[in-house]
Design a protein around this ligand. Structure first.
Ligand code: GZL
Length: 341
């Protein structure tokens, strides 16, 4: 399927009050798109992208990754909807895409539940849905073509393994380790996976004490607020696990405002997820110990999947994106030069 043909250059002549108005524009047979579509006859693959919002640096890099591949020059016409962190806006966007008869829907679901009905509607309309980044819980997994993203639980485990090794280096493997966690959006697969993955490793250490876990909403402001509360509630926090870099930036502000230090040699070990550029720079400044990458650059992989589907191929249902971690033992200057987000 099924390339949507943009109607050629439509010249709409409308005359009013003695003045001739000529409107130049293009439209799909059925719908005027959000932005004026390219005014030449081309067959475009029309993509409806429902994005969660712009809550974090990671999210912005993820959005840019899609916008940079789904361009007219690459044979696509992209309808982009920012849900501003509200599931109801995503549900509305998907229904708009169905009405506009897009060729593919790309959905990054803010939380794991509440999608069965709208995905059934997309299936009834014969529109393939590709899920990206976060995952969903579905009665019938036939309602989406495939999912592309990170292994969040593995990210959480990687952070736990890194902490094991780091504490050994400090001869603290048998000392009491007091930990707090800044969690991401509740019930998002990133939060669920990172929390569970770290807990998998924590369960192997009787001397690791998880003092508290609270929702920092994946934002800097909320992360600062939650960390400030943790500092008031708990003496001698040894480790802060922060489920995204933006919350980490807020936590660092709160820690320093409380007259404490963090990062290598500081009062607290800071473990963060995403590995956006600013986080690597904070590591260079000695304020974060390690960052666990969550690769937002999903655009090229999703475009490759669509091209394969267009060619009539089958695609794997679950497709993990490659990721790694970075810490202060590495050449951070070199890493920064190579990072594209
Ligand atoms: C993870 C993604 C998370 C990031 C946060 O794949 O869903 O949402 O870790 C972002 O930065 O807000």
């Amino acid at each position: 399927m099924i390339k949507k043909y943009v109607m050629i250059f439509i010249v709409v002549l409308a005359v009013s009050a003695g003045a001739g108005w000529v409107f130049f524009g293009c439209a799909f047979e059925e719908e005027i798109s959000h932005d004026p579509a390219p005014c030449e006859e081309e067959d475009y693959i029309v993509i409806g992208l429902s994005q969660i919002g712009s809550e974090s640096d990671w999210r912005n890099a993820n959005t840019e990754s899609f916008k940079s591949v789904f361009t007219a020059g690459n044979g696509y016409y992209l309808l982009y909807e920012d849900a501003q962190q509200k599931q109801e806006n995503q549900l509305k966007a998907v229904r708009d895409f169905i009405l506009q008869e897009v060729d593919y829907i790309i959905l990054d679901p803010i939380v794991e539940t509440g999608w069965d009905t709208v995905l059934m509607e997309a299936a009834d309309a014969g529109i393939p849905v590709i899920l990206v980044d976060r995952q969903i819980l579905l009665e019938n997994d036939e309602l989406y073509t495939c999912w592309v993203g990170s292994n969040f639980r593995e990210e959480g485990r990687a952070a736990g393994r890194w902490l094991e090794d780091y504490l050994k280096l400090q001869s603290r493997e048998n000392k009491e380790i007091r930990i707090v966690t800044l969690q991401g959006t509740p019930e998002s697969s990133a939060q669920i996976g990172r929390t569970s993955g770290f807990a998998d490793v924590l369960s192997e250490h009787d001397n690791w004490n998880m003092l508290d876990k609270r929702n920092g909403e994946f934002t800097q402001a909320k992360g600062q607020e939650v960390m400030r509360d943790f500092l008031k509630l708990y003496e001698d926090i040894d480790v802060v696990v922060s489920e995204n870099d933006n919350m980490t930036f807020g936590a660092i502000e709160a820690i320093e405002a409380a007259g404490k230090t963090c990062g290598p040699g500081g009062d607290m070990i800071i473990l963060s997820f995403d590995a956006v550029r600013a986080a690597i720079q904070f590591m260079q400044a000695g304020k974060i110990n390690a960052v666990f990458e969550c690769n937002p650059l999903l655009g090229p992989k999703v475009a490759e999947i669509i091209e394969r589907l267009e060619a009539g191929e089958q695609v794997e249902k679950i497709q993990y994106i490659e990721e790694t971690y970075f810490d202060t033992s590495m050449d951070l200057e070199k890493i920064l030069k190579e990072r594209v987000y």
